[in-house]
Ligand binder design. Structure first.
Ligand code: COA
Length: 354
């Protein structure tokens, strides 16, 4: 039996670290509120010259080096992001070109916070079917383009300007405070290789998609439902910034993540205490604490890094994988469950033997 084994990982964090206290310089929020409600203590944002594909490329270089895999061996690229460099083309071919890969198929995945797991199933299916042998799977995001503040406000937050926001700017930034404090920029990648008859590899997946509640978390503007698809009026209304009903998303995320995790474990006859790690999407520490408790997991089984990076959307799960591999919490042979919930709505879980 052919399985896709994760043989290497790498990650790249955007350079500018922004603390909660810095965010509170330009909007009505506080370090205490953000920490208590989400677990986020700081996030990193990309500088203007860095795009999503660049974070993906840097992460992919490290993943290939860690795997000891040559670029010429990669025969499939899967790139998950909800913040692509351009409306089109997606980041897949940009990464192919920047990395100097062969002209291999490049898929772009846009299932937001579930993007990595959707990409993992696609990569796994290609390997199992024999269509691919060496896959580069990348999740990367640059969310700073969603942020409502002006350049001057951002400089004030970072302490490089003495000009505080006007009352109007303060109110505008504060309108989006429940959303903007949660996100950060990063890229992470894994290399998957076909292996025959071994224990290791991707074992099973369960993915879901349901659009009934899509307006609870979506970007109302800059889409082809509008003609033209973007215009200054949409920008003035703030329609280029995501709308999020936090409470609704919180409830859906906790319910769906627990259900799908239980389902995958039951189908594979795995008890929660047999798992070395459960890599949960990092949207809110409270969501993950709830899920961990409902699934009966021990604290050391559920690593988190939301306090350092915030929600990096498609990058959260490979970023955790990479951190845990580098610090020795994850070793070859360990059984790992990955679980995510994201806009769409989309959710899923994957069971992997490292
Ligand atoms: N700073 C200070 N106060 C804030 C704030 C901020 N950044 N954001 C919201 N508030 C205020 C609200 O205005 C509200 O005030 P009110 O009681 O006077 O009306 C109060 O805090 C409570 O807001 P609420 O939205 O009920 O808080 P919450 O406990 O649900 O936490 C989220 C908000 C967004 C952190 C939480 O709902 C969440 O994380 N949801 C899931 C989001 C998610 O997962 N998104 C990504 C999907 S993959």
């Amino acid at each position: 039996m052919t399985r896709a084994v994760i043989v290497g990982s790498g990650s790249e964090i955007a350079p500018t670290r922004v603390t909660n206290a810095q965010m509170a310089r330009i909007m009505d929020t506080s370090d205490e509120w953000i920490r208590e409600r989400s677990g986020v203590e700081a996030r990193h944002f990309a500088t203007p010259e860095i795009a999503t594909s660049d974070l993906g490329v840097a992460a992919a270089e490290k993943a290939l080096a860690a795997a000891g895999v040559a670029k010429a061996e990669v025969d499939l690229v899967v790139f998950a992001t909800m913040t692509p460099d351009h409306y089109f083309p997606g980041c897949g071919t940009l990464l192919q070109h920047k990395l100097g890969l062969r002209t291999v198929p490049c898929f772009d995945i846009r299932q937001q916070c579930s993007g990595f797991l959707y990409g993992l199933q696609l990569a796994d299916a290609h390997v199992r079917s024999g269509l691919a042998k060496t896959v580069l799977l990348v999740g990367a995001e640059v969310h700073i383009g969603f942020m409502p503040w002006t350049r001057e406000n951002y400089a004030y937050a970072l302490g490089t300007s003495d000009v505080p926001p006007t009352k109007e700017e303060w109110d505008w930034n504060s309108r989006f405070r429940h959303l903007v404090v949660l996100f950060g920029d990063a890229g992470a990648a894994v290399v998957l290789r076909a292996a025959e008859d071994g224990e290791r590899g991707v074992l099973d997946h369960e993915l879901h998609g349901a659009g009934a509640d899509y307006e609870k978390l979506y970007v109302p503007g800059t889409g082809f439902k509008h003609r033209p698809y973007t215009d200054p009026e949409q920008f003035k209304r703030g329609d280029h910034i995501p709308v999020m009903d936090g409470r609704h998303v919180f409830k859906m995320a906790t319910t769906s993540m627990v259900e799908v995790a239980r389902s995958v474990l039951q189908k594979n006859g795995v008890a929660p205490d047999q798992l070395k790690l459960v890599l949960m999407h990092q949207a809110n520490q409270r969501i993950n604490e709830y899920c961990a408790k409902a699934l009966g997991l021990r604290e050391e089984q559920v690593p988190h890094n939301i306090h350092k990076y915030g929600n990096t959307t498609a990058a959260t799960i490979p970023l955790l994988w990479d951190e845990c591999t580098r610090d020795g919490r994850l070793r070859p042979g360990d059984l790992v469950l990955m679980v995510a919930f994201g806009a769409g709505m989309t959710w899923g879980a994957s069971l992997v033997r490292a």
